[in-house]
Design a protein around this ligand. Sequence first.
Ligand code: SDX
Length: 436
Amino acid sequence: MTPSDVKATLSFSDGSPAMDLPVYKGSVGPDVIDIRKLYAQTGKFTYDPGFLSTAACQSSITYIDGDKGELLYRGYPIEQLATNCDYLETCYLLLNGELPNETQKKDFTGLVTNHTMVNEQMQFFLRGFRRDAHPMAVMTGLVGGLSAFYHDSTDINNPEHREISAIRLIAKMPTLVAMAYKYGIGQPYIYPKNELSYAANFTRMMFATPCEDYTPNDVVVRALDRIFILHADHEQNASTSTVRLCGSSGTNPFAAIAAGVACLWGPAHGGANEAALTMLEDIQRAGGVEKIGEFIKQVKDKNSGIKLMGFGHRVYKNYDPRAKLMRETCHEVLDALGLQNDPLFKLAMALEKIALEDDYFVSRKLYPNVDFYSGIVQRAIGIPVSLFTAIFALARTVGWIAQLNEMIGDPEYKIGRPRQLFNGSVARNIKPIAQR
Ligand code: SDX
């Protein structure tokens, strides 16, 4: 980071000594005020629950401009990556900083392909779950459980361990998600097939059965590959910040990624795609497009506790560029599968149109985010709603790993340990129980 010639001066109205704080510039985006010496010099903390104005790290992986609705992975616009690259190229880019050449892509793809199988013991791990367990509960357990199988790659400070655990996690997530799905529907697991592409392998492990040959549908494979690309990384979102904080203790990569899976599950974060689709289905059941007005009224009523799921974003105060690409994918997939008249897609577009003309949403800069359309695409290709967030976790694993490795690779990193503003009881003495 580059020191800015601008300084920030902090002064206090009670005459406490003022202090100058250094300001640093990145290559693009907001400058930062370095407060690392604030507590030592003033005895005061900053206060920013939810981190609305806090940069927790410096990073060169993903840049978001929320006002422009811009998203770059290592400088490449998401629109170009989604149309010119595949997911494994994007993984290579996020991990290494550059897109692979032909040889690098072939080697990387070969490496990932040859790590897609999981230890046979994993099947017995799954058996401990109820068949109707939510797939994210299963995934949180399975990903954390990987650290029990790979003792040879759990030292996060060893670059070789970081490299092999990255490959293992990227390679095994599709296998684990498919196993969680098959376990839930009582079908046998389908082993990965090395001749298939990453996304085609996933569709086969999801939808094939031992009873007949299965040929992946190219439209479905391309749509899934694009979904993976769009969800691969997203700056310091809640689950990525969780992975960084968890990894900062020196725990192994599998445990840190399992923490990310657990955080992503929340409906305010990665669980929003499942919640958005459930919302659309509820409106559809209640009467469809004519019921949108009534639903929007409930959303505006603070006491209802109802939010328009798939809308709004902490950073995007313009249209989420991923939502635009996801809506395009919706059109492509629904047309290709002969589902042009999918009532839910029509309902979603009607809801989006009404919301974007309504001052409640316009004044709060609430636009559709990546989760608004992703559920419709996934439902159209046969993914059950309960598996949507597990697929988000599959795709985001490479982003979590890239961010974790960037942190561990930074010589300045320390264990994350935020402080607090304490407003509880000051010191007091215990009274004997008879006097309480
Ligand atoms: C993801 O961070 C990332 O990058 C996340 C993500 C990624 O790739 O990692 O992009 C993935 O998590 C996308 C977001 C998915 N979540 C949802 O779609 C759930 C619905 N959205 C909201 O929960 C909300 O918009 C958040 C959580 C996404 C953002 O919340 P903020 O930034 O804390 O904003 P806020 O709650 O302070 O909202 C500001 C105002 C409030 O109203 P007022 O108090 O000003 O009257 O907007 C309202 C909110 O009530 N509001 C909504 C709303 N989102 C915000 N009102 C109705 N419906 C919504 N969806």
